[in-house]
Each structure stands twice: as C-alpha cells, then as structure tokens.
Design a protein around this ligand. Sequence first.
Ligand code: PEP
Ligand code: MG
Length: 576
Amino acid sequence: MEIIHATGTSPGIAIGPAYRQEQRELDIGEARIAEGAVEAELAALERALEGVREELQALIACTAARVGAKEAEIFQAQMMLLDDPEFIPPVREKIKQEKMSAAAAIDAVVRELGSLFACVEDEYIRARAADLKDVGVQIISQLQGGRQHKPRLEKPVIIFAHDLTPSETALFEPAMVLAFATAAGSRTSHTSIMARSLGIPAVVGAGAEMLEKVNAGDMVIVDGDEGLVILRPTPEVLDSYRRRQEMEQQRRERLAYYRTCPARTRDGHRIIVAGNMGCRGDLARLLEQGAEGIGLFRTEFLYMEQERLPSEEEQLAVYEEAVQKMKGQAVIIRTLDVGGDKEIPYLNLAPEQNPFLGYRAVRLYFERPEIYKPQLRALLRASRSGPLKIMFPMISSLEEARRGRAIVEEVKRELLEEGHRLAEPVEIGAMIEIPSAALIAEALAEEMDFFSIGTNDLVQYTLAVDRTNERVARLASHYHPAVLKLIHMTVKAAHARGIPVGVCGEAAADSLFIPFLVGVGIDELSVAAAAVLSTKEAVGKCARAEAAGLAEKLLQMKSAAEVKEALAAFWQGERE
Ligand code: PEP
Ligand code: MG
C-alpha cells in the first residue's frame, strides 16, 4: 500500500481500478497540401475555429453558472487566443505560402509560440502556453472530425494523468469516470473545475512520482475530501473506505425519498424547494432531483453561448420548454443580470473600475431596450405555457422597480396589438440583493408580486466583500447579524403585503442556516440541483414553531460566530 498526499479539489470517495491517460502525441496526418487545395484548407480551418468557439462558449456558460465566474475565465482566456493576432493569422500564412495542411500549420505555430513562452519566468505566461497547446489540440481535433483520441473505457475507472486539459477531460464519458488523480494542477486547474461541476471526486498536485508508482489496473482509492490517493490498499483500509462509501450511499438513498415528495416542515408547513437553473443541462437535473419549480432561472447563459444577442424566438423556445417541463410548478425567470461577475463581451460595455457597483443589470435596461425588450417579449409570450414569473435583478430603488414594470406593460401592449394572446396576469418580482432594497422592502412590496432574496450579492454588498476575491472570502458570511436583519426585514415587509418571499442565493442550500430561514417564515428556497434533496431533508427536520423561537434569538445576536454556534446547537438538540 502507498499513500500519496495531494490536494483534494472535488469531494467524495472513489474505489476502483486505475486507468493511465498517457500524454497525447498528436497525429497531424499529411503535412503538405496540393497547390489547388489552399482555399479548401482555409475554409476547413475556419469551420474548425467556429466549432472550437461553440464548444468553448458552451463550456464558459456552464462553468460560470455551475462552478463560478472566476473559473469560467480560464475558458474565456482560451477563447481570446482564437482572436490573438499572433496565433491564427500566421497559421493562415503557413497554409497559403508554405502549402501546409491546416493541422500541420496549427501544430507548427503552437510549437513556435510555446517555445517562446516556455523560457519566461512568469507562471501566468507559462500557463498561457498550456492554454495555447490545448486550443491547438482542440482545433486539430475539429479539423479531423473531433472523433479521434476518445479513450475507450469498458468499465468505470479512476483516471491518472499528468494533467488534463479541458478538451481531454471532455472526451471521457462521465459515467465511466470514478475519480481523477493528477500529478500537476491546482484548485483552479481544468481537471478540478470539471470534476466539481460533474460531481466526480478529484485529487490534484500529487507529484510526478505518483505516476511512476501506479500501474494500469491497480486497485486504488481516491479520497477527494482529505486529498489522498491510496495505491494498492490493504484489505483493512479498503474495508474502512468501503464502509465510508456505503454510509454515503445510504445517505443518498435516504435522500432519494424526497425526490417525489413536497417539502414540508416537521409540523406540516409547506415550503417550496425549487431549483436554480444556470445552463441548459440544469433543467433535466432539476427534474430528476424533484425540484418544485424553478426559483431562479439565470438567463445569462443564453447571452454567453454565442457572440450575439439571442433572438426573441430562440429565447421563447428555451423559456417555453422550462415552463412546460415543470408541469404547473412556478418558473421564476430573471431578466438579464449582466455586469459585475457576469461579463458579456459583445455588449461592448466600457471597462469600469468597480464593475460590481457599476453600469449593470436593471441599470442598463432603460438605455438599451434592444437588449431588454426582446427578452420581455419572449417571456410574456412563453407565459402562455404555464405559470411563468418575471424577476428583476439588482433592484436598488422604487423607481427602478416601477420603470421595469412600466416597460413590461409597454411590451405587453405591443404584443396584444400584434395579435398575440397572453396569459394574465404575469407576476413580476424583484430580487432583494442590495441592502437598500431590503431597507425599503415595505415600499417595494407595494409594487411587486413577490421577492426573492439573493444572499450571494446581499452578503457582498452588506459586508463590502467582493464575492470573486479569494483573499476576503472568509469574511463573506450569511451568518452575519446584519444579513440576518436584512432578511428578516424583507420577509416581514413581504408578508405584511401578503406577497411570498424566497431565497435563491447559496445560503438557501446551507442546511445549518435553514432553521433561521424557516423560522422567519420564508416561503420558498431555491437551490442548485445537487442540493434539492438535502434542502428538502433539512426543511423536513425543522419544526416551524421551534425555528421561529430560534430565529428570534438569532436576531438578537451580535456576531456571525455566535449565530453559527447557536444554529449548530439547535441541530444538535434536534438530533438528541
Ligand atoms: C444572488 O446574488 O444571491 C443570486 C442568487 O444571484 P447571482 O448569484 O446570480 O448574482
Ligand atoms: Mg445576484
């Protein structure tokens, strides 16, 4: 047995045979082309570039939504390489002047630029060389029909590799991958990001010796929680890991019970546990996990998938599908929340010093109707398919809420004049994610049909903690008494006007925190697909009457640590 300490970057335990993914040597095929084939080769290159662009765009949108905007930047950087004047123009020249095949020309330019980058001290620039190489491989794969190199896995395995590029990772059938273990890499390396987004355990940075010690087919354990790789474990170690795995499996089975049952507190109060949708694939995952509708449909991915605004018809199809598949359960669709951590390059918004405090979300709508109106038209038209609700992001004042609503009315009139039949009424709500909105929640509640509290931004703006800055991440706490008070104010104001209020930020999926949310009377929790079952379970374990008493006490507390401790004690009491 050999234990290797590394960094766990995607949680979970996997036990299985090792599969060694050797570093790929590219087969670029015929290097020269005939004189008359230049035009066809250039056209093939353009098609391949388009194909890579589409793949990267899908990857950016999905990674931003499911893992984080910061992580998605890695793929954004790869996308930018496609427009780098040092990269593709020399490739075209080599095809034209030297009659090289497109694949050979890509390979040559990647090698030339790579050797320049390799001598640079700066780690960031060296990372660009790795990206360049990967983009090169992606283009060549596209040129060759994208079919080759696909590893043939007959049974589920643990992948061992030096490091995996996104394109390599994407070639594996997720169902056949038990875990990833790489010699190189970090929390933000491609393998880690992909593993987290797929829910597959991963350990990275294990060092080159790991690859010398592991043989294909060896029995291995990957412990993504502790960051361990255990090669050829003894029967005792294997047994203890199997037991841990079984317990995890039992937990999953216990949770499966909640798939088909509506969320209720222990004393019978109904709380809707809906799902957050951030990319196309999320809809199927939410349905599979038993989400009770969609509490936050982040529409940004529709704008990030391509390099132009999505048309009204394109949007209509996506919204209608979501509403139809949710079969009568409400679907809350948020209008475009661009800016801050959500960048859409082709909108050509000028760079700002403080993008989180800048020209973003609703602030754009009134000056850029060409962005906002087609979306509203699609939403209103889709509302004929079922209970669709429209939600505005980043509301900070009453005027914004009113103006947003006025445009909806204007678009409604236009559609009716054009002869469209619309559903009446379509509910319109606001995200409460800026402290000013929580503080004027009473006034907003008079204008809006529902609220949804976005704790990610509410924490960021209340505590002045940039949500994308790792260095201050530990200061970002939804247990902070100020955040608790703002949530409480919002719920009170909403209920005083008889409108429902949900939470759709990450705090909604924090089981420890749920008794507070239940206690203040939240009507809906909206969480990522992976958290739907555990959220339903946590709700089911709370009695609202007890949680209300707890919430009252929590609202008197002075520090996040005190709040967290009291919540832990509450759960402890529930267990005993
Ligand atoms: C939030 O801010 O809490 C939220 C749900 O929206 P997003 O994370 O998309 O900004
Ligand atoms: Mg937000």
